[in-house]
Ligand binder design. Structure first.
Ligand code: OSB
Ligand code: MG
Length: 377
């Protein structure tokens, strides 16, 4: 296969419900869409789902645009490859910039799936026809509003709810033990987990919070400490019954090997975006399986393209926990794929059509794109 042309689109979509994490609140999202066009004119699509600001990871939409247009796409254009797992090697000299890399790698996989006629999930080694989805709920202005959100998603049939927690929310107060206690009281049997997005320092007060949360029968405590703070994560895991799940800490397979060796957790959130694409996600899945760590697929509020890639990777056998692959409608009134991703009682079907498994809506991209750039070999 040879890519002869690439197009990058900067697209902004409004969110149906604004979302607050430990770092900030947002009401619309800008993601970059990648088109890779081969010498037969076939098109593979990918999505760069970096947040606009450098709060989850160091990248921004602007750095992703810069790195993709100046370094990644030029490395891919004109190169000959047989299988998409060779594509990330074309730009392996570029350090970091995993979100930007993920969009390009994803486009190579969807192109490969399209041309080989093998559905994306199967091409990746997936074995399931459907995947179980959980929802991620942001910090709300009040506990009542959080309970309303939980009820809405329980009513929609989602079997797992993840709650964002923070030592200090946007409102200036802690958002951890109290919301968890309220949700646990209202839903004694629900699969609930929490995600701190690395917001806690590894101090005595934080350990006290997590020891208290350990009493609430949570499925996991995700990313309690800063990404590089694996030592406190290991120290915490040794004190808790609840598994610690790593998200931001694991960007590379080496990070994962270190985390496993240190027993810095027991569960891995595999995010296609954070790890630089489907090729790396698949390798992380294999490594985690070997180590006995269950995995699930995390999300970055992807538009339909990234969302379908997440659905495909979630069909691999080690993804035994619900993934953040909720329906497009949880986030967007209109998604850029047709059909959009839907969930029936919290279950999402893995597409069987080759390629992305849905049509990309060019008219919606044109309507919402703030800039597009075409690059040729
Ligand atoms: O840590 O999982 C996270 C969104 C933005 C930044 C970080 C995270 C998230 C989510 C999104 O939780 C979940 C989803 O896409 O459904
Ligand atoms: Mg997370």
């Amino acid at each position: 296969m040879r890519i002869v042309e690439a197009v990058l689109h900067d697209v902004e979509l409004p969110l149906v419900h604004s979302f607050e994490t430990s770092s900030h609140r947002k009401s619309s999202l800008r993601h970059l869409l990648v088109e890779l066009i081969d010498d037969d004119g076939a098109v593979g699509w990918g999505e760069i789902a970096s947040p606009a600001g450098p709060y989850y990871a160091p990248e921004t939409t602007t750095t992703a645009w810069h790195v993709a247009t100046e370094f990644l796409l030029p490395a891919v254009l004109g190169a000959q490859w047989e299988h998409p797992d060779e594509v990330s090697a074309l730009f392996s000299k570029v350090r970091g910039h995993f979100f930007a890399k993920a969009g390009v790698d994803m486009a190579a996989w969807t192109l490969h799936s399209l041309k080989s006629g093998v559905p994306l999930g199967r091409a990746l080694g997936g074995t399931r026809d459907s995947v179980v989805a959980g929802v991620s709920l942001g910090i709300e202005p009040s506990i009542d509003e959080l309970l309303t959100q939980v009820q809405k998603h329980v009513d929609a049939g989602y079997p797992r709810v993840k709650l964002k927690i923070a030592p200090i929310s946007g409102a200036g107060t802690p958002w951890d033990v109290e919301p968890v206690r309220a949700v646990r009281q209202a839903y004694p049997e629900l699969d609930v987990h929490v995600d701190a997005n690395g917001a806690y320092p590894g101090d005595v007060a934080a350990f006290d919070v997590f020891r208290t949360l350990d009493e609430y029968g949570l499925t996991m405590i995700e990313q309690p400490f800063a990404p590089r703070n694996l030592l406190d994560s290991a120290r915490l895991q040794a004190q808790l019954q609840t598994p610690v799940c790593l998200d931001e800490s694991v960007e590379t397979l080496d990070d994962l090997r270190t985390a496993i060796a240190l027993q810095a957790g027991g569960v891995l959130n595999i995010k296609v975006s954070r790890m630089g694409g489907l090729t790396a996600a698949r390798e992380a899945h294999a490594l985690a399986q070997e180590a006995g760590w269950p995995v699930w697929c995390g999300g970055m509020h992807e538009f339909g393209i990234g969302r379908l890639a997440n659905v495909a990777i979630s069909s691999l056998p080690g993804f035994t926990l619900p993934s953040d692959v909720s329906a497009s409608a949880k986030y967007y009134a209109e998604d850029i794929v047709d059909p959009e991703v839907t969930a029936e009682a919290g279950v999402v079907q893995v597409p069987t059509a080759p390629g992305l498994g849905a049509q990309v809506r060019a008219e919606l991209i044109a309507q919402h794109a703030t800039r597009s750039q075409r690059i040729s070999a």
